[in-house]
Design a protein around this ligand. Structure first.
Ligand code: HEC
Ligand code: HEC
Length: 212
């Protein structure tokens, strides 16, 4: 019975969150969970606006996406993690499902301090690819899934606007090599497989300067 009540409570919270605009607003919290200040802050900063480009900015990202990534970093049931990262595997190892939810809600509720595009020519090429893809190689437009301004879509497509160019480029290369393979239906692997080195750099530069 208690279990049933807990399940019902979760269902009610989920329904409230859904009504509140599809984002996990019922879980939104301003006070950082203990792990955020004790562990995550060292690399992602207290508010999720990581100062170093090797560590992604996680402030203002969709809680659903952050939650999925945290789960994917965790090796469970004797199987290897869906998203392999030597660093993040260690960070999530001792987190419970509810820790991951509250961390995702906390960082999702922070305000992104966006990165910037430094190289204008490169960003101009990136803009072409972002909006129109590359017909010659069959590369689809990023805008088709991540939105014209990189704002993403909470159900499955992460926000990319204002992310560090270095991180975005690194993820595209991991998808291209198949080293990152936690994308549903292989969507991002199919995209990245069609990209040249220069296209990866260009589109990453452009995304860094996008404002949603
Ligand atoms: C030692 C530095 C470090 C610490 C501490 C750390 N992270 Fe990370 N985090 C990283 C790096 C590096 C990546 C990129 C991993 C990769 O290569 O894919 C990352 C990736 C992530 C991502 C994926 C973001 C995306 O856009 O896909 C999330 C979410 C995340 N970290 C959350 C956390 C949380 C929550 C904590 C605390 C429990 C934490 N991190 C602690 C370095 C760190
Ligand atoms: C068919 C839809 C689709 C298209 C087109 C697409 N993406 Fe994605 N992208 C996804 C999905 C789905 C994910 C989330 C994967 C996951 O669940 O971890 C993603 C994730 C990413 C990530 C990882 C973000 C992070 O924070 O770690 C990057 C970077 C990215 N996409 C860049 C691009 C770029 C650049 C383009 C255009 C060249 C593009 N995507 C086109 C569906 C798409």
């Amino acid at each position: 019975m208690r279990k049933l009540c807990a399940v019902l409570a979760v269902a009610v919270i989920a329904a409230v969150a859904f009504v509140a605009g599809g984002r996990l607003q019922a879980f939104a919290q301003d006070k950082p969970p203990a792990a955020a200040s004790q562990v995550c802050a060292a690399c992602h900063a207290a508010d999720g606006n990581s100062p170093a480009s090797a560590n992604p900015k996680i402030a203002g990202q969709f809680p659903e996406y952050l939650h999925k990534q945290l789960r994917d970093f965790k090796a469970q049931g004797g199987k290897k993690a869906a998203r392999e990262s030597a660093i993040m595997a260690g960070m999530v190892a001792s987190l419970s499902e509810s820790d991951m939810k509250s961390l995702a809600a906390y960082y999702g509720g922070q305000t992104l301090k966006p990165a910037a595009a430094a190289d204008k020519d490169l960003a101009a090429l990136g803009q072409k690819i972002w909006r129109g893809g590359n017909a010659a190689s069959g590369l689809p437009a990023c805008a088709g899934c991540h939105g014209p301004a990189g704002a993403g879509n909470p159900a499955q497509y992460p926000r990319l606007a204002g992310q560090f160019a270095e991180y975005t480029a690194a993820q595209l290369k991991l998808f291209r090599d198949g080293a990152r393979a936690n994308d549903a239906g292989g969507m991002m692997r199919a995209v990245a497989a069609r990209m040249s080195e220069r296209e990866i750099k260009a589109v990453a530069e452009y995304a860094a300067g996008l404002r949603q």
